[in-house]
Design a protein around this ligand. Sequence first.
Ligand code: MSP
Length: 512
Amino acid sequence: MENKKFYITTPIYYPSANFHIGHCYTTIVCDAIARFKRLAGYDVFYLTGTDEHGQKIQKKAEEAGVTPKEYVDEIVANAKDLWKSLGISYDKFIRTTDEEHVECVQKIFKQLYDQGDIYKGEYKGLYCTPCESFWTESQLVDGKCPDCGREVNEVSEEAYFLKLSNYADRLIKYYDEHPDFIEPLSRKNEMINNFIKPGLEDLCVSRTSFDWGIPVTFDDKHVVYVWLDALSNYISALGYKSDDETLFNKYWPADVHVVGKEIVRFHVIIWPIMLMALGIELPKKVFGHGWLVINGGKISKSLGNYKDPREYIESYGVDPIRYYALREVPFGSDGVFSEEALINRTNADLVNNLGNLVNRTISMTKKYFEGMVNNPRVNEEIDNDLIASTERLFEAVPAKVDELKVGEALQEIFDVLKKANKYIDDTTPWILAKDETKQDRLRTVLYNLLETIRICSVYLQAFIPETAEKIFRQLNTDDKEFESAKIFGLLKDGTVLNEPEHLFDRIEIKED
Ligand code: MSP
């Protein structure tokens, strides 16, 4: 097979925020895409991690009476634990405090300085500490930070600047020549009209007022601006500028950086300019997704409207959470998170549709044929539609995943499962079972159902892996490879199914 690579990243998360379901959302979606591409034969590198420097973290650590490193270490351990419980299959977890990352950022800064893209000047401006963002007066909304609505402070200090202004024309040209670079498209127009057209001001890329950051090697009272530090993670993680650039040569450029909509601008303005200045290829795509909101507000630690995601996992199980995150909100739009919607989704799709289908089919095969699979091919017209729909998934599901429409990919699969449930109602196996002359027809009907379940489960491995594994166990088959989903009819005659295993509990909504 041709060696196809796929490099996907989440943003690196600030460890000061306890992780909430909004963070899980991005990470689950990227995980499903990464798993799917692995399944489809790609050599995948899935990167996530933590963005650990900056004034905000220094302050939090001081408040907690520990060093910044001690402070982040504890949170990072906690984050890794959460990702494990959600089945996140990252290939690398980068921390911006990792030595290799620090060295890489220092080399990048020095190179940009040596070649004149970074110069020394004086910074006077408005800074939002929680967002680690500089703003101009005209960008403020009611005098406050346009992202989080909090106070900004005036700061004035000697600083280094990155010459963004030199690159504005090249950047717009790049956007024009690469129409897929920023998605969804609406975010591209917003960038051009709100940020680039009004004129790109040079960016302040060092700070002297605190020291929890990466020191500038040739002027060590400066630490590198946290966004320059953070963005570099996407290449430092691959060993860029280290003694071993094998991973960098293999995986760069990234196929997609998935980021929340409020940080698209860093990824499509500052990051491409850094890369242009370094003479490196740009990522193929930056995808800006929407937020999960509760009662109209973004879920966030500071708004106090979040629950620890582990509570949801404990109450509902990991796959219902994954399924909900992937299915409920079209990727790109904002979506309202509610436990009620999570419960309804679980009951309708996982319990009624998938769970019932698997349970009915396995139980009937056990009851009528002691679990023995056999396909005498007594086919009828009604079978063709189910078989064709199942086979069609082989084109449809990867196409949706390639467009990052994971919810629609799942919808395709669940439409087939729904069809299979209807097929049971239409073929009425319990009536066939009573007729001695219809036993071969009954075997064929059950076979078609089992094979539909197997093929759907091949895809489901990427989205709800625990459940897919449970189904394969019951089917007692090793035919779970991607290619095996292309051919309807691989489940072998003579296979003996294992005992039915309960997949999902119906969740009752508790009345207060
Ligand atoms: N550290 C920066 C990213 C640096 S990338 C070089 C950062 N961190 S963050 O922890 O604040 O946010 C990380 C990601 O989580 C962002 O993409 C953000 O949009 C996403 N989300 C945070 N809250 C969210 C929701 N309520 N809903 C969906 N995504 C959310 O920004």
